[in-house]
Design a protein around this ligand. Structure first.
Ligand code: SF4
Ligand code: MG
Length: 326
């Protein structure tokens, strides 16, 4: 089946006073229809940049340096402001790390939920009823009474639920969630993740879920892409990634013990060493300096995404079938 979104060779640069940062390098991945794709990696790996490029909200100093993001007849990497006015909040919606990014602090929840329905040709009272219905969908108690509340009158968890309701109200094909539970405690996080899963299944939309929390990704996602230093280093089904990780970076994240991800680790394990300087990405494998298996070839040759046995793709020369033969 044709995917909802196909990211093809996407590269994004950031111009900074200290030089050009190659934040995303040659990203290839697909978002299947009606599935959840998790994007994991350390902070600075480019996962948020990828999420923001899917909804056309890259920073001012960002520049698409190559590639495409195909969704139907559109190339989201090259859509102008007018194109985004048609797609953002209709076909593509986003839930942010901080709910206050999306909420207007001086407008009631009800008014914001009416405003978001400005395209819909239904009466004001019907829009109000839909707003209440969606607040109920995200399990906000006594939903009707919350329409008159201002964002600051709600708890952080309730605010994020409102944001999910507002995103779903636009009935998007693609919902992007950038670490939506980072600001919440572990119990609330589990509730929100369970809610997202339930609503995703009910509404049938595709979700891109950005997270540095492996347990959450294992719980929620059908497919996973692991990012390192602006590249996808491994992607495949959540099952293959968590049960049979192939890339040394994925293995390090999982500490070679899939049982570990069941523990409520809320952060990625720390792997010794630091990310390479993305102003001058290394010539060979970007993970080389931290990899316990690195050898000469890793310094000379940049690894492509080799096909793995379980349908996954792995950016590591160890997965090169020719290495087996040798
Ligand atoms: Fe390690 Fe080499 Fe594989 Fe890179 S290509 S992850 S350095 S073994
Ligand atoms: Mg981020």
């Amino acid at each position: 089946e044709e995917p909802l979104v196909a990211v093809e060779g996407l590269s994004v640069d950031f111009d900074t006073p200290r030089g050009t940062i190659q934040a995303l390098r040659d990203i290839d991945l697909t978002v299947p229809k009606g599935k959840v794709l998790g994007i994991v990696g350390e902070s600075g790996c480019g996962k948020s940049t990828l999420a923001y490029s899917l909804i056309g909200l890259l920073a001012e100093n960002a520049r698409v340096a190559g590639g495409a993001i195909r969704m139907g007849e559109h190339d989201l990497a090259r859509l102008g402001a007018a194109g985004w006015r048609d797609l953002r909040g209709t076909r593509v919606a986003m839930i942010f790390q901080d709910p206050m990014t999306a909420l207007n602090p001086v407008t009631t929840i009800g008014q914001q939920m009416l405003d978001i329905q400005y395209r819909d040709r239904i009466s004001r009272s019907e829009k109000r009823a839909r707003a209440v219905e969606f607040l109920e969908q995200v399990q906000i108690p006594d939903a009707a009474s919350k329409l008159d509340a201002y964002p600051h009158q709600l708890s952080g968890g309730m605010r994020q639920r409102v944001c999910i309701a507002m995103a779903l109200l636009t009935q998007p094909d693609l919902l992007i969630a950038d670490e939506p539970t980072t600001a919440l405690d572990a119990t609330l996080e589990m509730q929100i993740v369970a809610l997202l899963r339930e609503l995703q299944q009910k509404f049938g939309c595709s979700v891109v879920f950005v997270s540095h929390h492996l347990g959450t990704v294992a719980e929620l996602c059908d497919d996973v892409a692991v990012m390192y230093a602006g590249e996808v280093v491994e992607r495949g089904s959540a099952r293959s990634l968590f049960h049979d990780p192939q890339h040394p970076y994925t293995q390090a994240l999982l500490d070679c013990d899939p049982a570990r991800i069941k523990i409520a680790t809320r952060t990625l394990p720390t792997i010794p060493g630091t990310l390479p300087d993305l102003r001058q990405p290394p010539r060979g494998c970007a993970f080389r300096a931290r990899c316990p298996h690195a050898w000469g070839r890793c310094e000379r040759e940049h690894p492509p995404l080799y096909p793995g046995a379980a349908g996954q793709r792995v950016r590591c020369h160890l997965s090169d079938p020719a290495e087996d033969a040798a």
